[in-house]
Write a protein that binds this ligand. Structure first.
Ligand code: OOG
Length: 261
């Protein structure tokens, strides 16, 4: 695919913004022609930069799989981003707000695959390929000014705003629970900030993985065995403040906690 944008230069701008905790204008301001495929090319180049800095890819995340998220960001279709080992925060650990730009946290259902998934896949094929399901929280941190961007190519280029993730420790088999009926509650300092049922995520978090495989296939990619996959937030994201204690509780999947400092 030919692109009229300098993918390497744009990835460099976003990588520097992340490392220097500096907001930058949405890329489409200077490059209105930036397309979604360009965005994924910039994202992939950004991941190559992180790998060159010693990071290792551990999985993928979906974004905009719930109506709550699509409304919060006013964008309409699912996208994916890439997760690396350095984004992982231990459950019960600390997230330093000052280490990011304007981090927000959101509640998710996560999966770990043990078989490769490729192209058009069925719900049963996804369940067969997943060895574990668990609760997780994702910390987003857009590199764009004010956490505002108005186009999908921008947020795709910015690795779907990914920053950190906190996996839960209670893992279940994906067929042990009805994954469409799990009540999810995210509390901050004891106050409920977001509540939803797991079918808020693409009608079924498993469908989010089906969508992910389709998005990957459009780029000639597969979902490798051993991937951690975040299926997307069930509620809008919460802007973290130092001192916040965030706890996610999911039916059958226990709790995940993190403290902001
Ligand atoms: C983009 C990422 C959205 C989700 O779970 O919907 C996302 C953003 O909100 O800036 O991760």
């Amino acid at each position: 695919m030919t692109s009229t944008v300098d993918v390497v230069a744009l990835a460099g701008i976003l990588d520097a913004a992340r490392r220097e905790r500096r907001e930058v204008p949405p890329l489409t301001h200077a490059h209105p022609q930036l397309s979604v495929p360009d965005g994924y090319a910039v994202q992939a180049e950004g991941i190559r930069l992180r790998e060159a800095q010693g990071e290792r890819v551990v999985g993928l995340k979906m974004g905009f799989t719930s109506e709550a998220k699509r409304q919060q960001m006013n964008l309409g279709s699912p996208i994916f981003g890439v997760l690396t080992d350095r984004m992982r925060v231990q459950p019960g650990g600390v997230v330093r707000v000052g280490a990011g730009i304007h981090p927000r946290i959101e509640p998710e259902i996560a999966f770990r695959t043990s078989k490769e998934l490729k192209g058009t896949v069925t719900r049963d094929e996804v369940l067969d390929a997943c060895e574990a399901v668990f609760a997780a929280m994702e910390v987003l941190d857009s590199r764009f000014v004010g956490f505002k961007y108005f186009s999908l190519p921008d947020v795709v280029a910015d690795n779907a705003s990914s920053s950190l993730f906190v996996p839960g420790t209670l893992e279940r088999g994906p067929r042990e629970l009805d994954l469409t009926k799990l009540q999810m509650r995210m509390e901050v300092n004891g106050k409920v900030e977001g509540e939803a049922r797991s079918d808020a995520i693409s009608g079924d978090p498993v469908v989010s993985l089906i969508q992910l495989c389709a998005l990957l296939a459009e780029r000639g990619q597969v979902l490798p065995a051993g991937s951690l996959v975040l299926s997307g937030a069930a509620t809008a994201a919460y802007l973290m403040k130092p001192g916040d204690h965030v706890r996610l509780t999911v039916d059958g999947l226990g709790t995940v906690e993190v403290t902001a400092a």
